[in-house]
Structures are given as C-alpha cells and as structure tokens.
Design a protein around this ligand. Structure first.
Ligand code: PDD
Length: 278
C-alpha cells in the first residue's frame, strides 16, 4: 500500500524514518485513528480538533492547517474508492540527538499517514456480545492526550488477549476509566452512563457522538464516576471506538452482564450510529 511520509507518497515497504526520531526513542508524539465510510472521513472535524489538542498538549507545532490535513487524508484514502477504511495519522516531535527534554533547536515534526481496511465486528459478534476482563488502570495521568506512548494500553490489551477476550476494562481507585483502546458505557434502568471527560480517559470521538445520539433519541445520559460494582451489576455494558463503533459487552470476568444479551439501549444506539454515517 501507498503511505504518506513527510511530504512524499511512498510504498509502505519503502517508508523509512531515522532511528533518532523522538517517536522511536521516547514515544514522543501523538496519533489519530479516523474511520472512513464509503470514502468519507467520519466526524473528520472532531478528529482534527482532537489531533490539534494532542499536539498542543505536548508542544509539537502543528505542521498543517485543517484543509491541508484533510487533503493529505484524502490523498491516502483515494486509491481505495468506496471501501471502508481506517486512517492512521502519526506525528512525532521529529529527529534530534537523544536527550529527554525538548531540543532547543526547532525540529520538523515527522508526519506519517497510512490507511488500512476498516474491519468492523461481524453481525455474529454483535448478536452475541463480547467478553471482557477487568484490571487496575496502570497508565499515566494524561490519558486525555492521544499519545503514541502506549505501553500501558499495550499491556492492558495483552492482558485481555491472554484471557481470550476483546478488551480489558480498567478501574482507577475503584472507579471505571476506560478499556485499552475503547471507551466504556453502562446502562442502568434505561439511563446511559459514562465516566466524565477528564485526564483519566481519552475522550473518544464517539463519546460526543453518542451524547448527540442520546439527545436525538430521548435516551437519558449522565456523565459521572462509576463504581466497579455498578459495572458488574449493570443492565448493559457497551464499548465504543473508531474500529468497534458501538459494541455490546455480555460477559465480564466470566460473569454474565444483565440478561446476557445485547440490550435495547445498545440496539437503539447502534441503529442511530449507522444512520449517522451518511
Ligand atoms: N483507539 N480510549 C482509548 C484509550 C482509545 O485508544 C480509543 C481509540 C478510544 C475511543 O476513541 P474513538 O472513539 O475516537 O475511536 C478510547 C483507537 C481506535 C486506536 O488506538 O486504534
């Protein structure tokens, strides 16, 4: 496949970065994952805004304005026509002699963009719901930044993989945060709830989308701290991410959630999500 790297379209197999890139050395960079439906970047402005926030949060000068970013994305996805894709955008501080603090000289950020087929959960998976495990959130305290330093998330995802489940649902000091690469929602008595948007979670682009879908479909939504017990005893538990859309969780730590079936709020939100795509 053809990728974008620092101003040039190049075959992935030929894309190269210097080993002193601070992304490689320190994980010093940020990223985005944007779903492309039928050739169109979904919620593109929201993803751009989050990319710009992430860059600003770690003091990387934004190398492009929004139209330039959109043109680059379109350039990368165009060869794949109407196929659903997921675009990966990766920006690092650039290349410099190794030293932890930001180099004094101005660096040119490294910009990498690739696209892959968007493989969504199958209908069979959606009909059954997925299983998760729980674990303590062992990540840092700037989870709101979409950082490429993902070791905490990698270890959480590996924990899930070792239990043959799709996600690890994390708790910090007894309260729900999020999963390794998705936001987590619970439903109790018809009310949808999620942890508040703060430094303890990445605000998924689907977070505000789901808030909008709730408002449009008369689903009550409350953002508040959620205890572990509330998750385990919820009527429904949902995951959301660019690559999962909205996915029902029916088993956590081997225990059945609700009646063990994807619930009515999930069904309603999933239909609404599909309707919002085009
Ligand atoms: N992950 N929380 C974390 C830690 C995430 O990594 C993600 C997304 C989300 C959901 O955000 P969104 O709705 O914008 O996809 C929440 C992407 C898909 C990834 O790392 O591949």
């Amino acid at each position: 496949s053809i990728v974008y790297l620092n101003g040039v379209m190049t075959p992935l197999s030929e894309a190269r970065i210097p080993v002193l890139d601070r992304g490689f050395i320190f994980g010093d960079g940020v990223y985005e994952v944007i779903p492309i439906y039928a050739g169109n970047a979904f919620r593109a402005q929201h993803h751009m805004a989050r990319l710009f926030r992430s860059l600003a949060a770690i003091g990387i000068p934004n190398p492009h304005n929004e139209p330039e970013w959109m043109a680059l994305i379109n350039q990368v996805v165009a060869p794949y026509g109407k196929d659903d894709q997921m675009v990966y955008i990766h920006v690092t501080r650039g290349v410099a002699k190794r030293g932890h603090a930001f180099p004094k000289e101005a660096l040119t950020p490294t910009v990498f963009i690739m696209t892959n087929p968007l493989v969504l959960p199958s209908d069979a998976v959606r009909d059954k719901g997925v299983s998760c495990v729980t674990m303590e959130d062992q990540r840092w305290l700037h989870c709101e930044i979409k950082s490429i330093s993902l070791l905490g998330n990698v270890l959480a995802a590996q924990h899930a993989a070792e239990h043959s489940v799709v996600e690890a649902i994390q708790f910090r000091d007894g309260f729900l945060t999020e999963a390794s690469s998705s936001n987590v929602w619970i439903v109790n008595n018809g009310v949808l709830m999620a942890p508040p948007k703060n430094n303890l979670i990445l605000e998924g682009i689907r977070y505000s989308l789901i808030e909008e879908l709730c408002a449009a479909n008369n689903i009550a939504f409350v953002a508040r701290r959620i205890e572990r017990k509330e998750v385990m005893e919820a009527d429904e538990v949902l995951l959301s991410s660019a690559t999962k859309e909205i996915l029902p969780v029916t088993v956590i730590d081997g225990k059945t959630i609700g009646n063990g079936q994807p619930g009515p709020i999930y069904q309603q939100l999933y239909q609404a999500y599909q309707g919002a795509k085009f």
